[in-house]
Design a binder for this molecule. Structure first.
Ligand code: ADP
Ligand code: MG
Length: 260
């Protein structure tokens, strides 16, 4: 069974069909990129999956369980995680304290709400930080971290909930190319190691072509193509919506940044 099954999904705002009946699946252990030009419906799709927007029609199932109609918190409890920007109020906490808080909150999800956290989870938090390459900075306040390092901590926080499906909306926005590659390589490792599914939106075609296992391409609310990066790169419909006719994705730039 697929981890995530989206079928006939639609959402309109006034007269605009932001998402107009799309179907796709995502398997455990798969990194799926959702791409398309501005206004294609990526964020709307994303927010229907995490429960911030309610679909007008269609269905979104996680291991067969219908998510349409559930609240974000309920969807999170079922094992759908997302990377959040670390809230300003948490910036004064240290790196490890942020991850400890996430672990305590995840414990409540996995066990019960009233059972107090037995320990402060520092060891477990350090373990997660080691995974994302941030153990050495565990006791620094988040407010002093470099941008790329904040992103690693956000990933550790999302992993605290042991999600089955992780949603990442433009995870590498604002990052330098080397940092982008580090973050995506790390994400890819986690996907493989935990057999987790990842759905991400991304502007950088270099990142998408280098790291996505599969891609779903939206344009004006419709799904116009899906498949492996190699299939999508040469798809005339995809090139048309990105460039108009006659141009193609830059293959050299992609090869230069590809996973070693
Ligand atoms: P993308 O993330 O691919 O750029 P969006 O999902 O944000 O696209 O938007 C898809 C379409 O829906 C756009 O035409 C956008 O203007 C419209 N839209 C998105 N959110 C809203 C909203 N809250 N109210 C009205 N229109 C919206
Ligand atoms: Mg968007």
């Amino acid at each position: 069974m697929s981890l995530l099954t989206v079928s006939g999904l639609g959402k309109s705002f006034g007269g605009i069909r932001a998402v107009d009946g799309i179907d796709f699946e995502l398997k455990a252990g798969e990194l799926l990129a959702l791409i398309g030009p501005n206004g294609a419906g990526k964020s709307t799709t994303f927010n229907m999956v995490n429960g911030q927007l309610r679909a007008d029609r269609g269905s979104i199932r996680l291991e067969g369980v219908e998510l349409v109609g559930l609240k974000p918190r309920q969807i999170w409890r079922l094992g759908v995680g997302r990377t959040f920007q670390i809230a300003a109020t948490f910036a004064s906490l240290t790196v490890v304290e942020n991850v400890q808080m996430a672990l305590i909150s995840a414990d409540r999800r996995l066990y019960s709400f009233w059972r107090p956290a037995r320990e402060h989870k520092r060891d477990e938090a350090l373990e997660l930080l080691k995974k994302v390459g941030m153990a050495a900075q565990a006791d620094r306040p988040c407010s002093v971290l470099a941008y790329g390092d904040v992103k690693r901590v956000e990933l550790a926080i999302a992993m605290a909930n042991a999600p089955k499906l992780l949603l990442m909306d433009e995870p590498t926005a604002g990052m330098a190319p080397a940092e982008r590659n580090d973050l995506m390589a790390l994400t890819k490792d986690l996907v493989v190691e935990r057999n987790m599914g990842v759905l991400f939106t991304e502007h950088s075609m270099d990142v998408v072509f280098a790291y996505a296992d599969r891609m779903v391409v939206l344009a004006r609310g419709r799904l116009i193509a899906q498949g492996a990066p190699s299939e999508i790169r040469d798809d005339p419909k995809v090139q048309e919506v990105y460039f108009g006719s006659g141009k193609t994705f830059e293959k050299k730039a992609v090869a230069a940044e590809a996973v070693p």
